[in-house]
Design a protein around this ligand. Structure first.
Ligand code: AQP
Length: 328
């Protein structure tokens, strides 16, 4: 039977954190056997805000290494770096020419990110969702598994594809976002009103996938809670709710079991228990990462094979697009 296609990407804008893992990567791994998958380190997205070249290069390798360490497997998934496949930039330009500016003005992530950048905001940051649409449409992806913050971008991608198809014929598959029911939005430890983020300046706000056990214990110890005592899931108490949600996602226990487990206990116990759960959950991934990055060639060869496979599909799609538009 013909498998449906999945595409998703991840930026090399810093160290990967628990939000990236629980909201995206872990789900990619869980579903990879059911689909034909493309997973991409989207370095061209990363440069929409200024990057230090040496750091960027290191981050691209780190992110790619963590995807493999987390269990993405070339038997089911093509893992590659976006800038190695030129068709992403080419299709992004073509789609820029069919996307109304007004659609991009509505993107909330642009509003948030441009707020931080002020007058430094680049055209690239504004057009970022169009590049994301190109990423998805090049591979005829049916499904795009992402965290909740990316839902609006996938909907925009669908609108762009529809507009293109209306003008030039049925060229693109219309994709759907796939957002996990729990874990789609892991919040910061210090500021649980905001999502955990790679580019957050306060390092204590995020648990990074390569944090040491001591760093994890210390960050969770300092996580924001509240003055109440009861340890229960409650959206109105974002700090405790976030810690319990992370606990739920990593243990697989249901909410009733978790609330019963912590009944009569204090926040110190919750934080200590959670820290151990996080440390043990990340241990296999960290060990695998250390192993695979110990051999310099292994990752390079894997990424180069991934880029070749991605390029074959992407070039065929660009051919179809350019023919449909009268460019070829
Ligand atoms: N806090 C989060 N909770 C759940 N999912 C999340 N994702 C990101 N943060 C959370 C999901 O991770 C995937 C990769 O994200 P990205 O690298 O494309 O960039 P982003 O969404 O902008 O995430 P970051 O980590 O906050 O990066 P910066 O700081 O550079 O903006 C996506 O599927 C995303 O939904």
């Amino acid at each position: 039977m013909h498998k449906k296609t999945v595409f998703s990407g991840i930026q090399a804008s810093g160290h990967l954190h628990l939000g990236n893992y629980l909201g995206a990567i872990r789900n990619w791994k869980a579903m990879q056997e059911e689909y034909s998958n493309y997973f991409c380190v989207v370095d061209l997205h990363t440069i929409t805000v200024p990057q230090d070249p040496i750091e960027l290069k290191t981050n691209i390798r780190e992110v790619a290494g963590l995807l493999i360490a987390a269990g993405l497997d070339e038997a089911h998934s093509v893992v590659f770096v976006q800038s190695k496949v030129r068709a992403h930039s080419e299709l992004a330009w073509i789609l820029n020419c069919v996307t109304p500016m007004g659609w991009l003005h509505r993107m909330t992530q642009f509003k948030e990110k441009s707020e931080k950048q002020k007058e430094e905001v680049s055209v690239g940051l504004f057009a970022y969702p169009v590049l994301q649409a190109a990423d998805i449409l090049l591979y005829d992806a049916h499904l795009v598994p992402v965290g909740a913050d990316q839902k609006q971008h996938v909907e925009l991608c669908r609108d762009i594809a529809q507009r293109f198809n209306h003008r030039y014929g049925e060229v693109f598959v219309l994709p759907d976002a796939l957002i996990p029911p729990v874990g789609g939005r892991v919040m910061g430890l210090i500021n649980p009103e905001k999502k955990m983020s790679k580019s957050e300046e306060k390092q204590e706000d995020s648990i990074f996938l390569l944090d040491t056990p001591d760093q994890i214990r210390s960050k969770i110890k300092r996580a924001t809670t509240d003055s109440s005592k009861e340890i229960v899931f409650d959206q109105q108490r974002p700090g405790i709710n976030n810690l319990l949600t992370i606990y739920q996602l990593l243990t697989g226990d249901n909410r009733e079991q978790i609330e019963a487990h912590f009944e009569g206990k204090n926040y110190k116990v919750l934080k200590e228990d959670l820290a151990e759960v996080v440390i043990e959950s990340l241990r296999p991934l960290q060990e695998k990462y250390a192993l695979l990055t110990g051999d310099n060639n292994y990752l390079d060869q894997l990424l180069s094979r991934g880029a070749e496979r991605a390029e074959a599909q992407a070039e065929a799609k660009i051919h179809q697009v350019t023919v449909s538009m009268g460019l070829r």
